[in-house]
Design a protein around this ligand. Structure first.
Ligand code: F0G
Length: 433
């Protein structure tokens, strides 16, 4: 099926072959997206996808490539590297629902991916494209999860991974993964936005393939999170899909995927997207509150303990704005305290997630309280990362030591202190009660 790269800017729409290694439009500098000539009748796809779940072939076991009909950017001959990404569960969470004021809520938990975040869905596609282009070195700037994922997939593919992270500002679980998966890791003394600008120039100069979410093939893989979610729900469309927003690649991916499914006739309407940002890093929230359409104004010094979304100048904002608007969606922002408490509640459901992911539940609670989301709404929230990505945060919260970036001590409303106990059966029995 013919695939092309197309400039996302409606005033430009310049087209490029998918075999060209570019990330932005050569004519206007706009973002690029893949476009396909879809077949007329796709009604057989859902049954085919369901059937593939029972197959042992790697390409069918992958929760991304199983849906390869919706991401047809390869010619079919190219090598793929899959770590069996996707296949993430949709978990009902009654306790979280009642915390938020909803009758029901389920979490699509992307932390169940091979490297523990939703980045794996996109990375398997990004790395397939790198292989197709004959690249040897791949690079990314990351708040942690992209780098963990890229390190794993690049190493599995025999490519050399180069990682650039903000020094001292990523969770240890993620840094540890990058090292363990064998990436050359540069801890740069700057923030995410500054490093991204730097590495975009470096990548061009050194002929390194960039695997940030500006890469349109990453976005293709992340689309399948929505396809798998709908497959799991037997194609019943939820009222809302809620996700955290950082660099806004995932918002762009979900929106594109859902719009394509609608155009193909596989769903009859779009769910509304609710994007949640941390208060100290909420440039997209500010943009969407503006009455007149304008450009995003970057937050120069973004601050949040949810380091995954500590981004002040998100690259994909033009796409994300269109997707939120097209879905009749909203953008909300939440405080450090709200994130911390929501995260503990998700933990109490026996589910758990990393801080950025918990912004979803905190945001839902606010949206329900404001009357934007009805209590009986059918809501799917996407938990983007695994609970063990940031154990330091968890320990501090439960022991009353968690401090917001401005130095305020965060109250652990759901704190679960570990107890120091004597080596004595009687006294222990008395403590247990
Ligand atoms: N949640 C987690 C756990 C993330 O790691 C990220 C992004 C997001 C949410 C936000 O997604 O950028 O698509 O809006 N992490 C990137 C990284 C930036 O480098 O790992 P987004």
């Amino acid at each position: 099926m013919p695939a092309e790269l197309v400039c996302f800017d409606p005033a430009c729409r310049a087209r490029y072959p998918v075999t060209q290694a570019i990330y932005t439009c050569e004519r206007c500098g706009g973002l690029l997206e893949t476009a396909y000539a879809w077949p007329a009748d796709v009604s057989a796809w859902p049954a085919l996808w369901r059937q593939r779940r029972t197959h042992n072939a790697a390409i069918d076991q992958s929760g991304v490539w199983r849906y390869r009909e919706v991401i047809p950017f390869l010619d079919g001959e190219e090598p793929l590297v899959t770590l069996r990404e996707g296949n993430t569960p949709l978990l009902p969470a009654p306790r979280a629902a009642s915390y938020a004021g909803l009758d029901a809520l389920s979490f699509k938990h992307q932390g169940f991916n091979p490297t523990g975040s939703f980045k794996d869905n996109g990375m398997t596609c990004g790395v397939a494209q790198a292989l197709r282009l004959g690249m040897q070195r791949v690079a990314c700037v990351s708040t942690g999860n992209t780098s963990a994922s890229m390190a794993a997939y690049a190493s599995a593919a025999g490519l050399e991974p180069l990682i650039f992270i903000p020094y001292g500002n990523i969770a240890y679980g993620k840094l540890a993964q990058a090292l363990e998966y064998g990436a050359r890791t540069f801890q740069v003394e700057a923030n995410f936005d500054q490093i991204l600008a730097l590495v975009r120039k470096l990548a061009e100069r050194l002929g390194i393939y960039l695997l940030n979410s500006i890469n349109p093939f990453r976005i293709e893989g992340q689309k399948t999170i929505m396809v798998e979610m709908l497959d799991q729900r037997d194609w019943r469309v939820p009222d809302w899909v809620v996700l955290p927003g950082g660099n806004l690649g995932n918002t762009s991916a979900f929106g594109k995927g859902l719009r394509e499914l609608l155009a193909l006739g596989l769903i009859g309407r779009l769910p509304r997207l609710a994007v949640i940002q941390a208060e100290g890093a909420a440039p997209f929230y500010d943009l969407m509150r503006q009455s007149a359409p304008g450009a995003l104004r970057a937050v120069e010094h973004p601050e949040t303990l949810a380091t995954a979304i500590k981004i002040g100048d998100p690259v994909s904002w033009p796409k994300a704005r269109q997707e939120v608007d097209a879905s009749g969606g909203v953008v909300e922002r939440v405080s450090e305290q709200e994130i911390a408490d929501a995260k503990a509640v998700i933990g109490q459901c026996g589910i758990g997630c990393e801080p950025a992911s918990a912004a979803t539940l905190a945001g839902i609670r606010k949206l329900v309280a404001a009357g934007t989301m009805r209590p009986d709404a059918d809501v799917v929230a996407v938990l983007t990362g695994h609970v063990l990505k940031d154990p330091d945060y968890i320990y501090r919260y439960h022991t009353g030591q968690l401090e917001a970036p401005d130095g305020t001590r965060l109250a652990g409303a759901f704190a679960n202190q570990p107890l120091v106990a004597p080596h004595d059966a009687e006294r222990l029995a008395a403590m247990i009660g």
